[in-house]
Design a binder for this molecule. Sequence first.
Ligand code: ATP
Length: 138
Amino acid sequence: KERTLAMIKPDGVTKIGDIFELINTANLIVTKAKMIKLTWSQAADFYMEHQSKPFFNNLVQFMSSGPVVAMELMGDEAISIWRRLLGPTDSAVARREAQESVRAQFGTDGIKNVAHGSDSVAAHSFTHFLICFSTPYP
Ligand code: ATP
């Protein structure tokens, strides 16, 4: 079984019931969950790979604007299944190309897009687990 980090962003927290239903239907199980409010600096560390992008400040501001829910999801191919369930980054594109996806159903635009999913078992996943749960990737 694979594990991945899913994070419900501030705009997704009120949709969490519907999101859990989609997670269950995809045969993933929630093995950790924690509601936290990221500081500006934690949000900046979380999205460090995007620090040179023009949207970085807006992204960090958004991610630290309210509570988020960090989750560890477990299942066969959990990383790619959760990414597919999320849909394309831009919610408008998701509505065109993946109507059943989380971002298509609950997202607003390219930044307010409901949730995050790790894209690999890589160093940044390790950091993400550390930021959210104060423990590294298991
Ligand atoms: P995530 O890493 O959150 O799962 P992703 O892998 O689909 O999303 P990335 O390219 O890694 O997309 O971008 C990280 C986050 O930065 C996006 O989820 C979105 O919130 C924000 N973002 C990405 N591109 C833009 C953009 N052009 N304008 C504004 N915000 C953006």
